[in-house]
Design a protein around this ligand. Sequence first.
Ligand SMILES: [Fe+2]
Length: 193
Amino acid sequence: MGAPPELLAGAHQAALDEIRHARLSFALASHYAGVKLGPGALQLPSELPPVTLLSAATAAAHEGCVSETLAAIEVAEAAELASEPAVRMALAIIAPDEMRHAQLAWTFVRWAIGAGDETMAQAVRVRFELSIAQVAALDPRVSTADAALLAYGRLCGARRNAARRSALREVIEPAVTSLFAEIAVARPAGRSR
Ligand SMILES: [Fe+2]
């Protein structure tokens, strides 16, 4: 896609981080399961749809900017609240990495909008609106994890949803507003690339 080298380096660094996270997580899972656990082969369809700048930008807006920002904030909270030392240690390693991955997604989306046309900016804006609406629609009463699992870094549903809502309000929504404000300044209305 012609992305600048900083973005390519960030993507490779993030992929290496994920290998480290998987190692830490499988080590914990193996410990609790009492048997050695590890990854299997990733099943991929034989034909993958073509990746375009537009599809990559909208996917990054949803999966990176929204989901990964939420995940990073949740992991940071779980790291603070967990009482099991091994879990705390693993989560304290994962949390700042995930924050960097979220930042990478915002940087990529900013770059992609600048590289694309007005259709791209509109598609990304709509994707943001959908993702934010999905998170905002979460029922705060739903509890999917037992409160006793907090010691092991699992936030219960209510706590998780509260963390997500405040992340949405305090981080994601202001970031979307400033992203599009910055783009409007860089590309005044009526001027298309
Ligand atoms: Fe990540």
